[in-house]
Design a protein around this ligand. Structure first.
Ligand code: F6P
Length: 556
């Protein structure tokens, strides 16, 4: 579909970003201000808390507790301009083939654009197709939710099981959890991703097949884990309902590959399509979000898309210095490449966002875990940080100790909401008090003098001292709604893109997953072989395989 698109000019050899004068200026600047403590920065510039903030698409970003000055921001923006960020943003929105190694456009933004906005890919307006799929999804969801779509025996659907992995699982499960407050409570949702049989067995063990709908999500429809689980589901369903014909009523597919869907036995009228210009980890707002729409209904799904779109517009139009994804991306570059932070903790103070860090791990690390530039040269600078996290306040009683007093620098993104979805006494105030307290403690710490002045025994003073100077962002929104979730996800999607542009890498391919897949296929054949196979791996792998073959049935 995208073969006739011209190769973007930015793929011509560019200097490594570390060789650019703007990068070196940032290094010199770091040498000058790197030692300044946030305590000092806030004292010399007392209005930081108002100044270093930005708003867009219903989200408020406070980045005043980052170890930056106005000069840092200016230099980061100079770097962004030198790397051609404004043009690259436009190239993405215009549908240029910015995924250069796969020669594909990157147009997840088209999934949430209004119907009357033409979006061209290879000369063709894709908007009508996008909206036709949305209509198809909405009609199907209304029938399931309204009880008109019935199972093989005529019972309405009560259970929806999403089978997929990576972007075909993490987005749907994150969105389902995040928007559970808005979901139909008389429908049960389960998510199966792991090829470990336990995932399947536990997900279906208490389900009545006659009331269960499987949504098989796979962009390629060739992914080993998903297809294995889908076939297990097919057998489980046919065995329980005693009829092959039941598949038609209990299975739908979401994919770009109609041939494989048909081969599996699902009629294409029960298939919801998307396109090669939607990356797996950028697909939760495509038909991959079918389970989300089944849970929250078409109207809420559309509200989520509107939130995505509002952030897209903000990203495309806001000036760099007030642009949330640009700021978030540039600050991540500053912390990673100049302050030497290797990880970034994402800390939502919202229980419904409990799977958000896991979702972000694929989005950020599969996108920017790259070691060569667009033209194939090895980088001499760090690329993606390691993203991780847990909802607050649980993390406080687990790993925050290391963030406060360990030897590593771990920048944090705090995420909070002003209005609770489940008001319970003063609990929301308590939750948010913890968020504000943590970012304050991380930034300002507690000096040895302060600890000493509290009457602490001298021997304990070093243990009770908090160095502080730990940078963080705080993202605040009014309330967790479908719109806010869309805006939040789009914020991180675009921030990942900004970082990828600075590092001059392809944020939209994922070749690094291939080697393990190929080796697993070969090893699976060796494990399945009846006779002892001739193994030609290294001595460790050979010995492990032999030991496994010997012991696997011994306890049975
Ligand atoms: O192996 C990685 C990956 O290709 C991800 O990028 C993707 O989200 C996942 O596998 C699932 O792929 P599919 O949707 O084609 O089954």
């Amino acid at each position: 579909m995208t073969a006739d698109l011209p190769r973007p000019a930015f793929t011509e050899a560019a200097p490594l970003v570390s060789g650019r004068p703007q990068w070196r200026a940032l290094q010199r600047h770091h040498d000058e201000i790197g030692g300044r403590h946030l305590r000092e920065l806030f004292t010399t510039e007392s209005s930081r808390g108002e100044r270093y903030t930005a708003e867009g698409a219903g989200l408020y970003l406070d980045y005043s507790k980052q170890r930056i000055t106005a000069e840092t921001l200016g230099l980061l923006q100079d770097l962004a301009v030198a790397c051609g960020l404004p043009g690259r943003i436009e190239a993405m929105f215009r549908g240029e083939r910015i995924n250069v190694t796969e020669k594909r456009a990157v147009l997840h933004t088209a999934l949430r654009a209004p119907a009357d906005e033409p979006i061209r890919v290879g000369g063709k307006d894709v908007s009508p197709e996008v909206h036709a799929v949305l209509e198809h999804m909405a009609a199907f969801c209304e029938r399931v939710r309204g009880g008109q779509w019935t199972g093989h025996g005529g019972k309405p659907i009560r259970n929806v099981v999403n089978i997929g992995i990576g972007g075909s699982d993490l987005g749907p499960v994150m969105a389902y959890e995040a928007l559970r407050h808005y979901s139909r409570r008389d429908l049960q949702f389960r998510f199966i991703s792991n090829v470990d049989g336990t995932d399947f067995a536990e997900a279906v063990r208490d389900l009545d097949a006659a009331e269960t709908l499987f949504v098989i999500c796979s962009k390629t429809f060739t992914t080993l884990e998903t297809l294995t689980n889908a076939h297990a589901a097919r057998r489980w369903c046919i065995e329980a309902l005693g009829d092959e014909k039941a598949v038609a009523k209990h299975f739908v597919a979401v994919s770009t590959n109609d041939q494989e869907v048909v081969k599996f036995g699902i009629d294409t009228k029960n298939m919801f399509g998307f396109w090669d210009w939607v990356g797996g980890r950028y697909s939760m707002d495509s038909a991959i979000g079918l389970s989300t729409m089944l849970a929250i209904g078409p109207e809420n799904f559309r509200a989520m898309l509107a939130g995505f779109h509002a952030m897209d517009e903000h990203f495309r139009n806001a000036p760099l210095e007030r642009n949330l994804p640009v700021l978030l991306g540039l600050l991540a570059v500053w912390n990673n490449n100049f302050l030497g932070a290797e990880t970034l903790a994402v800390l939502p103070y919202e229980q419904y966002l409990k799977r958000f860090p896991a979702y972000l791990q694929q989005l950020t690390m599969e996108s920017n875990g790259k070691h060569v530039t667009l033209d194939g040269r090895t980088v001499d600078y760090a690329t993606s940080a390691i993203y991780w996290g847990e909802p607050g306040t649980n993390g406080q009683h687990s790993f925050y100790q290391l963030i406060h007093q360990g030897t590593r620098l771990i920048p944090c993104d705090f995420i909070g909401f002003c209005q609770p979805l489940n008001p319970l006494g003063q609990q929301h105030d308590l939750l948010m008090a913890n968020l504000f307290a943590q970012s304050e403690a991380l930034a300002f710490g507690k000096t040895a003098e302060e600890v000493h002045a509290e009457g602490t025994a001298a021997a304990l003073v070093p243990h009770r001292t908090f160095e502080g100077n730990r940078p963080s962002n705080t993202i605040l929104a009014e309330k967790l709604t479908p719109e806010t979730l869309g805006a939040l996800v789009a914020l991180y999607e675009h921030s990942v893109f900004v970082q990828g542009v600075i590092w001059n890498i392809d944020s939209f391919d994922q070749w690094g997953v291939e080697l393990g897949k190929a080796l697993a296929t070969r090893t699976a054949a060796e494990l399945a072989a009846k006779d002892e196979p001739q193994l030609s791996h290294d001595s460790s792998t050979n010995t492990l395989i032999r030991r496994y073959r010997r012991l696997r049935h011994s306890g049975a």
